[in-house]
Design a binder for this molecule. Structure first.
Ligand code: TYD
Length: 220
């Protein structure tokens, strides 16, 4: 039933740029995929995103933060992602439930298990088929971001971003599902993009899902 691809990783790894490259790649292949981002992707989710990222909200309690991410997730899962997957489409998400485990569960210290319980509720149990971890040293990642001071997350101390990176690597190493693929994001955009396309194409083919996925007007 469809195929869910997520991009994850610390700040500055180029998730958003690569998702847009992948969108172009799919268009050229005639694949009708849906691209959305978290937090956001719905009118309500985008309003929640503004609250979450606003530096004026520095005193936001960690649990409030965690629940706001989950509220935005619940909205996008129920109104956008699940219906698209039911319709047999490929869905590409710029961040998803692993971001909450890493940022709120581990880096903010709320606990991985509790966040996973919330993830189960907000997603209705939805797990990615493929998670691309764009991994890089946070010092490099943060130095790539313009106006980092204007964003409540980008402006966190480097120690926070290091925890985020380590948490992603830990999460990936503990997971036996085989859905994670790590890509070294500290390289040129072309090299990273080529790796992303290769992995996505391979996974879609080897999972045998290409035939079942809606491909524009045609089907393979
Ligand atoms: P965004 O500008 O989309 O950052 P990026 O380009 O790095 O994805 O901002 C989203 C921020 O929200 C990012 O700093 C990570 C954070 N985040 C969480 O802390 N928990 C979550 O569950 C999600 C989805 C994002």
């Amino acid at each position: 039933m469809g195929f869910l691809i997520t991009f994850e990783g610390p700040e500055g790894g180029g998730k958003t740029t690569l998702a847009s490259d992948l969108k172009e790649h799919f268009i050229q292949l005639g694949i009708d995929a849906l691209f959305v981002r978290e937090p956001g992707g719905t009118a309500i989710g985008e309003q929640i995103r503004t609250i979450l990222k606003d530096c004026k909200n520095r005193d936001m309690d960690c649990m409030t933060e965690a629940l706001l991410f989950q509220a935005a997730r619940s909205q996008i899962c129920r109104s956008v992602i699940s219906p698209a997957l039911k319709d047999n489409r490929i869905v590409v998400l710029d961040r998803f439930r692993d971001s909450s485990v890493v940022y709120q569960g581990i880096a903010r210290g709320l606990g991985k298990d509790m966040i996973e319980k919330l993830n189960e509720i907000s997603t209705g149990g939805l797990l990615p088929d493929l998670t691309i971890l764009l991994d890089l040293d946070p010092e490099v990642g943060i130095s790539r971001i313009k106006n980092a001071a204007d964003d409540r997350f980008d402006s966190e101390e480097i120690a926070f971003h290091k925890k985020v990176r380590d948490a992603y690597l830990g999460l990936m190493s503990e997971d036996t599902s085989g859905r994670w693929v790590k890509i070294d994001a500290d390289r040129s955009r072309d090299k990273v993009r080529d790796d992303v396309f290769k992995i996505v194409d391979e996974k879609l083919k080897s999972a045998g899902l290409i035939e079942g996925v809606r491909l524009g007007k045609e089907r393979f």
